[in-house]
Ligand binder design. Sequence first.
Ligand SMILES: Nc1ncnc2c1ncn2[C@@H]1O[C@H](COP(=O)(O)OP(=O)(O)OP(=O)(O)O)[C@@H](O)[C@H]1O
Ligand SMILES: [Mg+2]
Length: 269
Amino acid sequence: MADPKVGGAGASESFLVARDLSVRFGGLLAVDAASIEVDRGEIVGLIGPNGAGKTTIFAALWGLLPLASGSVMLDGHDVTSWSPARRARSGLARTFQRLELFGSMTVRENLRYGTEARALGERPWRLLGGGRHQDLDLAEEILDLLELGPVADRSAGELPVGIGRLIEFGRALASRPNLLLLDEPSSGLDPAETVAFVGQIRRAVERFGCGVLLIEHDMSLVIGVCERLQVIDFGRLVSEGPTAEVVVDPRVQAAYLGSEAVGVVGPSG
Ligand SMILES: Nc1ncnc2c1ncn2[C@@H]1O[C@H](COP(=O)(O)OP(=O)(O)OP(=O)(O)O)[C@@H](O)[C@H]1O
Ligand SMILES: [Mg+2]
């Protein structure tokens, strides 16, 4: 893992370092002192049962919710008080548990828009200027990488959800993120699409060198793609480490995985 903190931008610690995050909804402590690190080039799974607090952690990392305690560092900067747009400009990108696409735009237009999302930050009206900031080559490269070429000129809204998930992933990649937060990207994918998606996440990380923090219930995807897992239950981190070790951790199985996962992975991973 990353070396201890040296301090300042570009220091040798992980790109994302979130410490002791707590989030309260009234009387409910939805996230309870959870710490998470992800570096560029790493694919880390954030798993746990329904209602464990995973999406709430994403919202906290993204700056959408006030923290009851804790801090978020990006690239050595304390961003705890930063707006989501400012975090985006420092290289954080996300997809949503519920698919969010520009349905009337074509697939290509969605990706082109993605290439300028980071620069636009909280000034989307600049889009009215006619896409002066778009990186057309990058949009084409991502169309190729994700094999979206055949549907490039179709409206995103008329395509099946499996393709919609890929478009959303591609649009987030187009912002050249340092860290991509993916919230259940396989929801709506069939098993074959899920297998393909594992390869696409890997290729994207190889090509762009970004880190990925992945919330996912599909354990075949998690095991296929994540080097490391962090497991949340009732808002608390109950286990973390290399994927093959975590999936056989009895605390994890008790909290979440059930006995099936042992059969899938086996004791040696
Ligand atoms: N805006 C909100 N107001 C009040 N309670 C909330 C809010 N958002 C989430 N919660 C509660 O916080 C807890 C964590 O929810 P969260 O959506 O983070 O879980 P999750 O791990 O993402 O679950 P899932 O796997 O079902 O998506 C749950 O008890 C949920 O009901
Ligand atoms: Mg969720």
